[in-house]
Design a protein around this ligand. Sequence first.
Ligand code: F6P
Length: 475
Amino acid sequence: MAWDLVVVANRLPVDRVQLPDGTAGWRRSPGGLVSAIEPVMRAHDGCWVGWPGGTDQDLEPFEDDGMTLVPMTMTRDDIEGHYEGFSNGTLWPLYHDLVAKPEFHREWWDSYTQVNQRFAEKAAELAEENATVWIHDYQLQLVPRMLRELRPDLRIGFYLHIPFPPAELFQQLPWRRQLLEGLLGADLVGFQLPGAAQNFIRLVRQRVGHKTHRDLVYLPDGRTVRAAAFPISIDAAGFEALATSPAVAERAQEIRDALGSPRKVFLGIDRLDYTKGIYARLRAFSELIKDGHLDVEDAVFVQIAVPSREQVEQYRILRDEIDRLVGRINGDLGRIGRPAISYLHSSYPREEMAALYRMADIMVVTPYRDGMNLVAKEYVACRFEDDGALVLSEFAGAADELRQAWLVNPYDINGMKAALLEAYQAEDKELTRRMKAMRKTIKQHDVVAWAQGFMSELSDVRNPHSKPVRPARRS
Ligand code: F6P
């Protein structure tokens, strides 16, 4: 069967896992990418190509929750070289401002190239004539060019969900030119922020030598590629509806009671990733208790760390560090039945997330660098009573839109302490003023607007072979 829209992402929205009874089952994949593309898929009649987790699993295409999913097989070598290696050991730290040291290995690059080629071949096989293919994220930056070589008739969009670094960092990559040329296979290259699109255009001019003007790149074959910002968002109405449901209200109350009904609850929800600044934020909170500004009878910090990339060494080290820190803080500062930090290493369904957002007074999102951070937006969407405080890193893409948050520099522990305390002590009137403004922004720029914006720009690209793209339906 051939499709009018093919979405290509490293991951499928569900992950193949072994259930406690030993049988195989499916679990929702972690991360913002999945939450953003899911509503797009529901609005279009397309298919989604991606990795179902695990290794060496040959699975047939299947339907899940109204979506057609096409699983790609990955071998143990693919995972080591393409996923854990080049994607998450080289590109991830490099694109996040060198928060960790990237490693450059030629065999990782070879594996990345091979896996990208397989994804391109699969997309070429599934797309009907003149179809639209939307490729996602840093794991697949070579696919646009590979796919164009196989299928010049296609309209190809690419969206990068993470930051795109300045030239000074990007040019460390031995394969910088190939990656830029890979992306130039697309008609439209989308980024989270305008600065990232400008970084890309500048690099294309300097490193590949193509002519550029503003957001356009002119290729020698006559094609034009556009690079622009499309800040990603969430299903704001969906989250609000969940948060207002009686079941979620009841669960929120249950969680608060289980925490011992403290006066205020701080909340952090992140993939357990070194870019997220979890360690620094927990230290800042614990120092506020040590200094006597907060008391464990009044305040508790709930930190949810969603397991992620557990085979990658830097992630294992981080997990140990956080485990030790939480143990030390609770040992030093907690009382019987009153830990300073309630720490959970687990992932949760949307309903539980909505209950957590609903019960938390202060949401703390402090990454050192983040493409967008959808958790910050989800919290705002769930605060239907215009209350609650958001403490947000200046280095998260979301800070460009959520200006009324308490903005912090996560490298500045004293600055974070001051912001946490201010948010804790803020008057209701102040909270409402800030939250109202942020909610307005989130409602206007939801994920459907994001997808429509990208798709309509993509359909405007002048390409004699392609027919127009149908706009997404609002569900
Ligand atoms: O949003 C960035 C991203 O890396 C996505 O591409 C990815 O699906 C998500 O985070 C979770 O990471 P992973 O797929 O490595 O578990």
